[in-house]
Ligand binder design. Structure first.
Ligand SMILES: [Zn+2]
Length: 655
């Protein structure tokens, strides 16, 4: 447990903050009926399904199911603990929190205090000490203005006298051991010299690294003059308040600009100086990974703010490789990613410094998609790019980049572009990519099946224990795997089915919503037994006029009670019954559930490639794509005809 905050204080914060102000400051919200609507910050979308209810001080996304209040919004979006979110809000509305701290909170607060004080100390040293002259000259040479230096808190860690950091510490009542835990000092190497602490950053130009709310949590120190056996950059080690993969340099400054960018587009650079220069030149959506390559965690962090990304990496071969690797990570999260190519030998810093913002802006605007970048790079490197073996290599590379992208629209778009650049028919590439993806999935399923067999205590057994155990290689889907584990714990419905249940309960007496579900989601299209039960109950309720939902408590199997209670408690927090777009929400969820069912059906086709299985896969892929792209008016006609003709997906769940 971290510091405790009383219920009274939480209520006071709630009373003083308005959820529409809080969320509206970070994204565009438009009034729609009694609620406010916007594009969801938690999943990628073009049409807004994120609703904020001012009256109930609650948000809910009909696309991904995220919901909550002011506290959960900050926790989710900024990756904060409840205490930190409460503290931040309290500060904002002027509520005083008296906290009781435990040991861990105490340590974290000490580390924050050390970093804050130290950052100020380094800045003073840069401005005032004679020793920092070289640092000041370096910054002047790189055209770093005073305001820029101040904005990014750049400082200098003194090397003389040797124990200056210890003097500073004792003046501020910090012990050397505390500075060791902050990663600033290294402990003495020799037992014989217990006071010989080593200053990790002495003599370096210091860049403070901040977390999302802007607290200094680490430092990066740059060498000013070549020194033997010394790295150009030294970073703080990971501490209680600093995890490399969870911090993006300058995200504290960039996030508010990213969400206001017309495409919600972030610029990702390689180095701190590049980022600082970008911000200085008006490109204030720039961030960089900190002391490590870009990770999945970084992508998820950035995804909270950005809908698209443009990478600006060095043009050398290491930089290109890094750009592709990073681009693939973004595609896996269905984030469109482009790669800007700078003139040879330039980085964002040098380009902006020497040629001004217009050349850089052009590079950003003309940036290619990651696949086009991959193909163009390949063409530059390859002596005979049109030979058959070169074509094979490049298509395989492109598949590798695209395989992990589950967003069919994005994937299709990129593949179309690849087909044009490679002068190949789209259908051929599409078939091969689907094969590639199937093979990758089978490998993953196969690997997972071994894992599950190893850990029989995995707590996720399926609700349907009547599956045949199919031990064919690669044929084990999740529900079958679950049967292998011993404990029968029920799986929750998929996100979409859960959202549908919420929508249905919220609008239990609304004929339009239930009508849509009844028409387009007959029982065999719904996967989860509880969701089926709920739809059946509501249909029955409508026919008989009896209050069956209320009675479900007594009639439903005990295993469904937690789900039911969750829905009923949720109900009072959900959007008002006057919500304008409940039908749209229902249509959207119906379409998504259809797509999920078709995908399941497609994935269940034997992985062997015969004319028949290939054709089946293609048909189902086409169906998915159409449902994804067509407006409801056309999509519902397709669904209707599928249901009437008992077409391709009829036995999707019956099988
Ligand atoms: Zn969402």
């Amino acid at each position: 447990m971290s510091g405790r905050i009383t219920e009274q204080v939480i209520e006071e914060i709630r009373a003083r903050i308005d959820i529409v102000d809080l969320i509206g400051a970070r994204m565009t919200l438009k009034k729609a009926g009694s609620a406010f609507k916007g594009c969801c910050p938690f999943h990628h979308e073009k049409t807004p399904s994120f609703h904020v209810n001012q009256e109930k001080q609650f948000y809910h996304c009909f696309g991904c199911g995220e919901s909550g209040d002011v506290f959960t919004f900050l926790m989710k979006q900024d990756g904060l603990s409840f205490t930190d979110a409460a503290r931040l809000l309290a500060e904002r509305v002027g509520v005083v929190i008296e906290e009781q701290h435990d040991e861990k909170t105490h340590v974290r607060q000490l580390l924050y205090a050390i970093h804050t004080e130290l950052a100020a100390f380094y800045q003073r040293c840069l401005r005032q000490t004679k020793e920092a002259q070289a640092a000041r000259e370096y910054l002047a040479k790189r055209k770093m203005s005073d305001s820029l230096i101040e904005c990014f808190g750049i400082g200098y860690a003194p090397a003389k006298p040797k124990n200056s950091i210890l003097q500073w510490a004792s003046k501020h009542n910090f012990t050397p051991e505390q500075l060791v835990s902050a990663g600033v000092l290294c402990p003495p190497r020799e037992q014989s010299a217990p006071d010989d602490f080593y200053d990790r950053f002495a003599g370096r130009l210091m860049f403070p690294i901040c977390d999302r709310p802007g607290r200094v949590v680490a430092f990066s120190g740059r060498l000013l003059a070549e020194r033997r056996n010394a790295a150009k950059y030294v970073n703080s080690p990971e501490t209680e308040i600093f995890t490399k993969s969870r911090v993006l340099y300058a995200l504290d400054k960039a996030s508010s600009h990213i969400v206001k960018h017309p495409r919600r587009e972030a610029i990702v650079c390689e180095g701190q100086i590049d980022v600082i220069r970008c911000h200085d030149s008006g490109f204030n959506t720039a961030v960089a990974a900190q002391g490590t390559a870009f990770t999945k965690e970084h992508v998820s962090l950035l995804k909270r703010y950005a809908d698209s990304v443009v990478l600006v990496f060095d043009g050398d071969s290491a930089g290109r490789k890094a750009a592709l690797r990073t681009g693939t990570l973004f595609l896996e999260e269905e984030i469109p990613v482009r790669v800007a190519v700078l003139p040879k030998g330039e980085d964002p810093d040098s380009l902006l410094r020497d040629q001004g913002p217009s050349v850089f802006r052009e590079a950003l605007e003309t940036a290619d998609s990651v696949t086009a970048f991959q193909i163009k790079t390949f063409h530059e490197d390859e002596a005979q790019p049109d030979s058959i073996d070169a074509l094979n290599r490049i298509t395989r590379d492109v598949f590798e980049t695209l395989a992990g992208c589950d967003g069919a629209v994005l994937r299709t778009r990129l593949l179309q572009e690849a087909a044009e650049l490679l002068h190949l028919p789209y259908s051929a590439l599409e078939q091969d990519l689907e094969k590639y993806r199937d093979a990758a999935r089978n490998r993953a399923a196969h690997a997972a099946s071994f894992k599950t067999k190893d850990t029989t205590s995995a707590p996720n057994a399926s609700a349907q224990p009547d599956h045949d155990l199919d031990t064919d290689e690669g044929r084990q889907d999740d529900s079958q795997l679950d049967v292998l584990s011993a404990k029968p714990i029920l799986k929750p419905p998929s996100t979409y089915e859960q959202s549908l249940c919420e929508l249905l309960v919220e609008h239990e007496h609304d004929l339009a919503v239930l009508g849509l579900v009844e028409e387009f989601l007959p029982e065999h299209m719904i996967e989860h037994p509880f969701a089926k039960l709920l739809v059946r109950t509501l249909a029955e309720q409508r026919r008989t006029g009896e209050d069956l939902l209320a009675k479900l408590h007594q009639t439903a199997a005990p295993c469904w009670l937690p789900l039911l209670e969750g829905l009923l408690t949720h109900k009072h927090k959900m959007l008002g019954a006057k919500e304008m777009t409940k039908e749209d929400a229902a249509r959207d969820l119906i379409t998504r559930i259809w797509i999920a069912r078709i995908k399941q059906k497609r994935d269940s086709i034997s992985p062997s490639s015969t004319a028949e299985t290939d054709a089946q896969r293609l048909t189902l892929s086409t169906l998915m794509k159409k449902l994804e792209m067509l407006p409801w008016e056309s999509a519902c006609l397709m669904m209707r005809s599928e249901l009437q003709t008992e077409g391709y997906i009829h036995d999707a769940s019956g099988a």
